[in-house]
Design a protein. Structure first.
Length: 373
């Protein structure tokens, strides 16, 4: 139970999305987008099945599903009798459970598996285009990379192949540029398939903001959308820019730089995570705390574990139990939970005395899997 059933029900909160492990159970999770009518619904586990509660803790969709995920574009992927389909906020199937694997909807499009291929469908459940693919990525800027016979090309929102499959790998479009690999090197193409930045990099990533990380000579730096190296490759490891800060590793320690390459936090932490709501998790000597965008310590590194700020609160683990601190570092919900997650849509999922529950921002339990002592 250490994995806590949170891992069985990916909350879809983090801008970087879920890890590859989220492909287990057949659903590939990606970064969340808030729905309209289903915005107040949360996945809840009860009597061995999954359903949905509202923000008041009322069970509004009965727990009848083997696995259930959060709503996006007004639809949620759920598994029943070993197959996946999509329900609306009333719990009604709008796309029947017939698929072995699915992804959540994003901007009206989802990927589903049919036999050993993937196709794209719309919210009406109809296939987009006529082709099936070995693999496909979600749409970004109206285009999606797809794999055909081992090579990657690009389709548009109608399913038409607009860039022929000629690349070893293809990822996402951002700022009008798509990351591709050819002859073992990475570069970028525009939406017409023209080479914008030559494939000269050992490794690279899609653009985040106006910067993309690239590896040259075993070290990492950043280029802009013209391909100019704006931050020289001198780091052992880097992550993309989030909230105008990128975490970088130098001499085995972690720090942060701004989009111009200036050091805003020296490389002095054993571990560091991306910024969220203006704060980043950092660790020294196996103890975690938070810094702000200037590098100022706002929560001292005294906790066994911490999780990202959301709604102005962050879960922190002290000894064996979890509580919540505010952005000034004050413990506003005292540690008493066996497990705790960041707040999402006004509620946070916790575990208390072996029982899963949801709390509000005051720490009040508004729903629990079963009565608590």
């Amino acid at each position: 139970m250490l994995l806590f059933r949170f891992l069985a029900v990916c909350l879809l909160l983090i801008s970087g999305g879920c890890s590859p492990d989220s492909k287990k159970n057949g659903a590939e999770m990606e970064p969340s987008e808030k729905p309209v009518s289903a915005d107040s619904l949360h996945v809840a586990f009860s009597n061995g099945k999954f359903g949905y509660i509202d923000s008041r803790g009322r069970m509004v969709i009965d727990p009848v599903f083997e696995i259930a995920y959060g709503f996006r574009d007004g639809l949620a992927p759920v598994k029943t009798k070993g197959k996946w389909g999509y329900i609306d906020s009333t719990g009604r199937f709008v796309i029947d459970p017939v698929y072995p694997q699915v992804t959540p909807f994003k901007k009206g499009v989802a990927r589903v598996n049919v036999v050993d291929k993937q196709i794209y469908i719309g919210r009406d459940g109809k296939q987009i285009g006529d082709s099936a693919y070995d693999f496909g990525y979600h749409f970004s800027e109206g285009l999606a990379f797809v794999s055909v016979d081992g090579n990657y090309g690009v389709i548009d929102s109608t399913g038409r192949m607009v860039i022929q499959p000629e690349y070893e790998l293809g990822y996402f479009f951002a700022h009008g540029l798509g990351l591709v690999r050819k002859n073992g090197r990475y570069g970028y193409i525009d939406k017409q398939g023209n080479q914008s930045i030559p494939p000269i990099y050992e490794e690279a990533d899609s653009f985040q903001g106006s910067r993309a990380k690239v590896r040259v000579g075993g070290l990492w730096g950043f280029i802009d959308t013209s391909g100019t190296m704006v931050i020289e490759p001198k780091y052992e490891e880097v992550w993309g820019f989030i909230e105008n800060r990128a975490r970088v590793r130098c001499d085995g320690k972690w720090g942060y730089i701004d989009i111009f390459g200036a050091s805003v936090v020296d490389c002095l932490y054993d571990a560091a995570e991306n910024f969220s709501e203006g704060f980043a998790r950092v660790a020294k000597k196996n103890r975690w705390g938070f810094i702000d965008a200037s590098g100022k310590e706002i929560v001292p590194a005294v906790y066994q574990a911490v999780k990202p700020f959301s709604g102005g609160l962050a879960p922190v683990k002290k000894t064996r139990t979890w509580g919540y601190v505010d952005t000034s570092g004050v413990m506003v919900i005292e540690p008493r939970f066996n497990e705790a997650q960041s707040f999402f849509k006004g509620l946070a999922r916790v575990r208390l005395n072996g029982v899963e529950a949801y709390i509000d921002a005051s720490g009040k339990i508004i729903w629990s899997e079963k009565p608590l002592p």
